[in-house]
Ligand binder design. Structure first.
Ligand SMILES: [Ca+2]
Ligand SMILES: [Ca+2]
Ligand SMILES: [Ca+2]
Ligand SMILES: [Ca+2]
Length: 416
């Protein structure tokens, strides 16, 4: 447990009193000026009951609370001012308080070697505010407490496993049932994720700036696991598909597995355990989202496979290649436009929304041009070249037209 010790007392008039320097951290001196004293009852912040004697602590943000250690009032002439029966209330927001329970503080001994006593252990209750309401003291005319310490632990969200499989239509080869990894073999894959800075890819939470140390990460022993490209993974709110809760850049293997930036581990996200829509996006393919929210677990081994069953896909829209489903390729302008065009693949309409126009523009409007060895969003089949000529397997124009069932007037829409 990581303990953060809180020594400061915040009195009912909200004046913090700090403990004076001590040679022995567990000892408390006998001064009446190094603690809290109240001789006038007042209304407690949780709004329950009448005027009383109380102390409120604000830890700054929500922690898990553990062992409480207290030093009762230790001035030898005023030991009876020490708190006796107290009730502890906890709150995460400072307005709604929950009663934790009642405990009894023993009287201090009034000596210079007083080291206080352990109070209750709150066993990981989460709170930002702790309210101590005293219902009795040891007979004195005022209520006093010298010092209190509580073990705090940072709350860390669990790491949920995001296990998913998708295929990218552009590099997918139906005869090998794998995606081509020519960006890797041509040493064109960037070591840093390419999504930061692209207008339609906004990182939220953990995502952004993912980087691999060395290109060897992209090359796995099993060639089916070699890396094809970077993908953009989102978790969206189960009650609002437009609210992105967390993102991460990840890598996609030739067989479609989405993995973390070591090229082989399952992707994890540090978010609150809950149900989320899972979204996989790519810089020049239409994204895919789960049909329903998914319950993710820290030790989940459930593979969310979006390559076989269209009913698992929101809107059902994937490219169907003889029963194998893949994300639609051809979104040449998908990364850098924020209009509806980012969610459409089309060869018609004005240049601002037209993926064919984007492809042609990349070639400086010369359709016979070829750009070799480039990592570019207009490289629709992810072979490292941008070209509109040549046989279909090497021709990005052919890749685009094929997605539209060879009907240039067709438009494919991403459903979310
Ligand atoms: Ca390999
Ligand atoms: Ca794999
Ligand atoms: Ca588009
Ligand atoms: Ca290409």
């Amino acid at each position: 447990m990581k303990n953060i010790f809180i020594f400061a007392l915040i009195s009912s008039i909200l004046i913090p009193l700090t403990a004076v320097g001590q040679c022995y951290v567990d000892r408390h001196n006998t001064s009446k000026n190094t603690g809290w004293t109240s001789c006038t009852a007042s209304a407690p912040p949780h709004g329950v009951g009448g005027d009383t004697y109380w102390l409120s602590y604000d830890f700054g943000h929500v922690y898990s609370l553990y062992q409480l250690h207290y030093w009762n009032h230790n001035h030898p002439d005023e030991l009876t001012n020490g708190l006796q029966e107290v009730t502890i209330f906890l709150s995460t927001d400072g307005s709604q308080y929950t009663e934790w329970g009642t405990t009894t503080f023993n009287m201090a001994d009034g000596g210079g070697f007083y080291e206080g006593e352990d109070g209750p252990n709150l066993n990981g209750e989460d709170a930002r505010y702790m309210l101590i309401v005293a219902s009795s003291n040891y007979g004195g005319s005022c209520y006093s407490l010298a010092e209190i310490r509580i073990g705090l632990e940072e709350i860390t969200a669990p790491e949920l496993v995001i296990d998913a499989k998708v295929l990218l239509s552009g590099p997918y080869n139906s005869s090998t049932e794998l995606m081509s990894d020519q960006l890797r073999t041509k040493n064109l894959l960037p070591l840093q994720e390419p999504y930061s800075g692209k207008a339609s890819f906004v990182h939220v939470g953990e995502g952004g700036g993912e980087i691999v140390g060395d290109a060897s990460v992209f090359d796995n022993t099993n060639d089916e696991d070699d890396i094809v490209d970077w993908v953009f993974v989102e978790l969206r709110d189960k009650d609002d598909i437009n609210t992105v809760v967390n993102t991460k850049s990840a890598l996609i293997q030739r067989d479609g597995d989405i993995v973390d930036i070591d090229g082989e581990s399952r992707l994890v996200m540090k978010v609150e355990a809950d149900d989320y829509y899972l979204v996989i996006r790519h810089r020049n393919h239409l994204g895919v989202m789960s049909a329903t929210p998914i319950t993710f677990r820290a030790a989940s081994s459930i593979k969310n496979d979006f390559t076989q069953d269209a009913s698992l896909v929101y809107g059902g829209s994937l490219y169907d290649n003889d029963g194998t489903l893949s994300m639609f390729a051809g979104n040449a302008n998908g990364a850098n436009v924020v209009s509806a065009a980012q969610k459409q693949i089309r060869m018609t309409g004005p240049p601002s929304i037209n993926d064919y126009s984007q492809l042609l523009s990349t070639l400086s409007d010369l359709y016979v041009s070829i750009i070799f060895n480039v990592y570019d969003d207009s490289d629709l089949n992810l072979d490292g070249n941008v070209r509109m000529t040549g046989p279909p397997v090497i021709n990005d124009y052919s890749t685009l037209l094929k997605q539209l069932d060879d009907q240039y007037v067709n438009i494919i829409f991403q459903a979310f």
